[in-house]
Design a protein around this ligand. Structure first.
Ligand code: CA
Length: 222
């Protein structure tokens, strides 16, 4: 999946770029209307994340141009202008969603994925991958070096979380929040049980570890 990110605030742009790249999206980050026009003329994109206040113009003008030229992929607007009027204008011009700044990157990612999921009824898939393990988020199939691995929905959610944050240590609290919502009792060792199950499913006996234990902190993909 290729995402065009149009955002002139470098810090915000880099943050969003990194979050999307971690999910295996290919991101092209541009900071002006002119560069955004060039990028879209250059190559196709599966979605656009568009800031409105750009140094050389208004993101809404770009949006109107793109829609008029037949660009049908999802566009998510990011903007400090959270006034109802702007939001309505954006949606009328063909934006699919609107996120007022400041926003949480997790929310941006969730909304973008939901737009992409709605959009992709065909063979396009969102696949997370790490060292031979692939997780297809649309078909919900996990494979390890090509063979299908059966997962319960909780195991799937836990593996998805690891693959989304493949370079990060996941604390037990974070895992509990994301995979068990509020229902998790931190006094239990359920997370360790589930991590052990994933290890059994994705590690070869005597082979390299797939998930490392970070003592006192949590777990990380190896
Ligand atoms: Ca801006």
């Amino acid at each position: 999946m290729k995402i065009l990110l149009v955002e002139d605030e470098n810090k915000v742009g880099r943050f969003v770029e990194r979050a999307l790249a971690e999910l295996a999206y290919t991101v092209r980050h541009v900071t002006t209307c002119a560069a955004a026009r060039d990028a879209l003329a250059d190559s196709p994109y599966d979605a656009i994340v568009l800031d409105l206040g750009l140094p050389d113009g208004d993101g809404l003008v770009l949006l109107a141009e793109w829609r008029a030229s037949g660009f049908n992929e999802p566009v998510l607007i990011l903007s400090a202008r959270d006034a109802v009027g702007d939001r309505i204008r954006g949606l009328n011009l063909g934006a699919d969603d609107y996120l007022p700044k400041p926003f949480s990157v997790d929310e941006l990612v969730a909304r973008l994925r939901s737009l992409l999921r709605r959009q992709s009824s065909g063979p396009r898939a969102t696949v997370l991958e790490h060292r031979g393990v692939k997780l297809d988020l649309l078909s919900r199939i996990a494979t390890c070096e090509g063979r299908t691995v059966e997962l319960t929905s909780r195991e799937f959610a836990l593996l998805e979380l690891f693959l989304q944050h493949s370079k990060r240590v996941l604390t037990r609290t974070m895992i509990a929040e994301k995979v068990w919502d509020a229902s998790y009792d931190l006094e239990t060792n359920l997370i360790d049980v589930y991590v052990r199950r994933l290890r059994q499913k994705f590690e070869r006996p005597g082979g390299e570890p797939f998930i490392k234990t970070i003592r006192g902190t949590g777990y990380q993909l190896a």
